[in-house]
Design a protein around this ligand. Structure first.
Ligand SMILES: CC(C)(COP(=O)(O)OP(=O)(O)OC[C@H]1O[C@@H](n2cnc3c(N)ncnc32)[C@H](O)[C@@H]1OP(=O)(O)O)[C@@H](O)C(=O)NCCC(=O)NCCS
Length: 234
C-alpha cells in the first residue's frame, strides 16, 4: 500500500521531511499530551518495529493535516514470539483546523487496512510495548476519539491508573519513617541496587511483573540512567 488520494487530500506513508510538521500538528492537536522531536525520534523513528508505511499521514496542498500510526512486531519483545496476529495503533490525530470532515475516520481506517494487509487480525489502541505513547485513551480529554474508536468497535480491555505528587516541600511522613525503621529492624534493606543485585531484580521484574519491566530496567540503566533512580527492598 503506498498512497490513497482523497479529493485533494492524500493519505500515504511517512517520508523524510514529515517529522517536524507531524510533531507540530500533534502538539496543536493534543496540547495536553504534546510530544517533542526527541521523544518522537526515540519512540517512533528509532523503534526497531518502525515501518514508515505504517505511519499514515494525511497531506493536502503540501500541509500535513493529521496522522495515524500502525505498528506490528518485526523484532520480538522477548524470546522468538513475533505476535503475528497482533497490531497496535499507538496514536492518531487530526489538526484542529481540518477536523469534522471525515479525515480522522479515513486515517484510522487506512491504518487498520495497512495492519490487515500485514495479516493482523487483532488491533489494540495504545497498549504497544516497548514504546507506548499514551497509557490508554483518556475519554474525558479526547471524547471525539473515544466516539470514533467506539464506532470502529474498539472496546475497553482494562484501565490504567496513574498517580503523581509534587515533590516541592515534600518530607517523608512520620508514619512512613516509623514503618521503614520497623522493617529495617526485621531485616529488610531499602536502597539502590548494586550492580550484582540487578540480576535478581531483572529476573523478578520479568517473571513476576511483565517482561517489559525487565527490558525497561535493562535499557534505562544501559542508556545511562543513574542506578539511584531505582529503590529496591530486600
Ligand atoms: C479524534 C479526531 C482524530 C477526530 O478527527 P476528525 O477528522 O474530526 O474526525 P472525523 O470527522 O473523521 O469524525 C470521525 C468520528 O469521530 C467522532 N467525532 C468527531 N468529531 C466529534 C465531535 N465534535 N463530537 C463527538 N464526536 C466526534 C465521531 O464518532 C465521528 O464519526 P461520525 O462523523 O460518523 O459521527 C480529532 O478530534 C483529534 O485529533 N482529537 C485530538 C487528538 C486525539 O484525540 N487523538 C486520539 C488519542 S491519540
Amino acid at each position: 500500500m503506498s498512497s490513497t488520494p482523497v479529493g485533494s487530500r492524500e493519505i500515504r506513508g511517512f517520508r523524510a521531511g514529515d517529522g517536524p510538521p507531524l510533531v507540530a500538528a500533534w502538539c496543536r492537536s493534543a496540547p495536553v499530551d504534546p510530544i517533542t522531536p526527541d521523544r518522537f525520534r526515540t519512540l517512533v523513528l528509532l523503534d526497531a518495529n518502525f515501518d514508515p508505511e505504517g505511519l499514515r499521514v494525511a497531506v493536502a496542498g503540501g500541509r500535513l493535516l493529521g496522522a495515524a500510526y500502525a505498528v506490528r512486531r518485526l523484532t520480538p519483545l522477548h524470546g522468538t514470539d513475533l505476535e503475528p496476529e497482533q497490531g497496535w495503533i499507538p496514536f492518531f490525530f487530526v489538526d484542529p483546523a481540518a477536523r469534522g470532515q471525515g479525515l480522522g475516520r479515513l486515517l484510522l481506517t487506512d491504518a487498520l487496512n495497512w495492519l490487515r494487509a500485514q495479516g493482523r487480525t487483532t488491533v489494540d489502541f495504545s497498549s504497544y510495548t516497548p514504546h507506548y505513547i499514551l497509557p490508554g485513551l483518556d475519554a474525558a480529554t479526547y471524547p471525539e476519539a473515544a466516539k470514533l474508536l467506539d464506532s470502529l468497535e474498539f472496546r475497553t480491555l482494562y484501565e490504567a491508573a496513574a498517580m503523581d505528587r509534587s515533590l516541592v516541600g515534600h518530607r517523608m511522613p512520620d508514619a512512613v519513617a516509623r514503618r521503614r525503621d520497623e522493617l529495617a529492624l526485621q531485616g529488610y534493606r531499602f536502597g539502590t541496587p548494586a550492580d550484582d543485585d540487578l540480576v535478581e531484580l531483572i529476573a523478578l521484574a520479568g517473571n513476576h511483573f511483565t517482561r517489559d519491566w525487565a527490558r525497561a530496567i535493562r535499557e534505562c540503566l544501559a542508556g545511562g540512567a543513574p542506578a539511584d533512580r531505582i529503590v529496591v527492598v530486600r
